[in-house]
Write a protein that binds this ligand. Structure first.
Ligand SMILES: NC(=O)c1ccc[n+]([C@@H]2O[C@H](COP(=O)([O-])OP(=O)(O)OC[C@H]3O[C@@H](n4cnc5c(N)ncnc54)[C@H](O)[C@@H]3O)[C@@H](O)[C@H]2O)c1
Length: 350
């Protein structure tokens, strides 16, 4: 089978990671890197002299050799770049979150479907070995029924001037939860605060409720003295902790819980506490981005539907929109609320 020829659009912070992985991938050939900033292109070419560079997206889209486009531009540009690429007949991989609104996601899905093109979203963690292992543990029933999940994704992170921490970090946990639970959130509520840049929340707490009764709390922040990437799942039989900052024991299963015994006499009930062992299964050590890249190329080559397709991207954007609406409604005064709406409008126009 001939190689799939790809072009990377956006060589800022994240684009180099995509490029490195696609350069190593059998079955893919990177022909172009496109960035509106020439100085970024110089960096790409210095590293990979075989690649052609341009600041003009139209030049890339007009190249009949190009089969697929990888989009790693800022979030507010995803929709416009993806639609242009789909209209030019190119398969599209777009970074998370897929777009800024559910309406944009719907249009992207429709455009891809009408043309028989692959549309995949970069929900990278769905391709990460520990996340996949946790999915298999949940599906095996070892934890029993999942009751609730808490996720902490915090560090002293780069403050975005474009979007809040919710749009930057929460897509990771929302996509992981969608993959694990196979459910769409019933409701999302959020509370946040803009501590450093006015109108751009840098800390937020999201509460997510699912139809099955499962509830989840997501803490996302760029303001923390320590880096946490920790998720705890409490099941009816066992509990699990997934800590992505651990180098070896990323997943731990705790044989711990509380059992309720029906009362034998009126007004009396008994609780028995289990504090059994803890074990940590072996986790494969493959780079999630490489698995993700290989999956995209496979889907393009074979016409199969990606695990993180447009529908899964849309689901995450729907949850983000709900969180944003909740944040806006909770903004403490009308000026703050107006500031947020205005910043989002400007980011989309840039
Ligand atoms: N999957 C992950 O784990 C992960 C991690 C970080 C970032 N991301 C995503 O990657 C994307 C990029 O994030 P970043 O932090 O690299 O942003 P960035 O601002 O550092 O880089 C974006 C680059 O795109 C270029 N650009 C902007 N508009 C363009 C256009 N129309 N055509 C060509 N080039 C254009 C900019 O000049 C810049 O170099 C975002 O969607 C972000 O959410 C994903």
């Amino acid at each position: 089978m001939p190689n799939t020829t790809v072009a990377l659009i956006g060589y800022g912070y994240w684009g180099p990671n995509l490029l490195r992985n696609y350069m190593e991938l059998a079955g893919a050939e990177v022909k172009w890197v496109c960035d509106s900033r020439p100085e970024r292109l110089e960096k790409a070419i210095a590293r990979y002299p075989s690649i052609v560079s341009t600041t003009d997206l139209k030049v890339v889209l007009g190249d009949p050799d190009v089969d697929a486009i990888l989009i790693a531009t800022p979030i507010g540009t995803h929709y416009a770049v993806a639609m242009e690429a789909l209209h030019a007949g190119k398969h599209v991989f777009v970074e998370k979150p897929m777009a800024m609104t559910v309406g944009e996601c719907d249009e992207m899905c429709r455009a891809a479907e009408e043309r028989g093109l692959t549309l995949m979203v970069g929900h990278t963690f769905v391709y990460s070995p520990p996340v996949r292992l946790v999915k298999s543990i949940i599906d095996s029933g070892e934890l029993g029924d999942v009751r609730f999940i808490t996720c902490s994704r915090v560090n002293l992170g780069l403050h975005s001037k474009e979007v809040s921490v919710v749009w930057d970090l929460a897509p990771h946990d929302l996509s992981i939860l969608a993959y694990w639970l196979g459910e769409t959130p019933l409701s999302v509520q959020a509370m946040g605060r803009s501590c450093i840049i006015d109108g751009i929340p840098d800390v937020a707490f999201l509460n997510v409720r699912y139809a099955s009764g499962i509830i989840a709390e997501l803490e996302v922040s760029w303001l923390s003295p320590v880096k946490l990437r920790r998720t705890v799942i409490v099941g009816s039989k066992k509990m699990l902790m997934y800590d992505d900052t651990e180098s070896v024991e990323k997943v731990k299963i705790f044989d711990q819980g509380v059992d309720y015994k029906d009362p034998e006499t009126f007004g009396e009930f008994q609780l028995s506490y289990r504090t059994g062992g803890i074990y940590s299964p072996r986790v494969e050590n493959t780079e999630p981005l490489f698995v993700e890249a290989a999956h995209f190329i496979d889907c393009v080559a074979n016409g199969t539907t990606p695990l993180t397709d447009g529908a899964s991207g849309r689901l995450v954007v729907a949850a983000l929109e709900a969180a944003q609406a909740s944040l806006d409604a909770g903004a403490k005064n009308p000026d703050e609320r107006r500031g947020r709406v205005e910043r989002r409008r400007r980011a989309r126009e840039e």
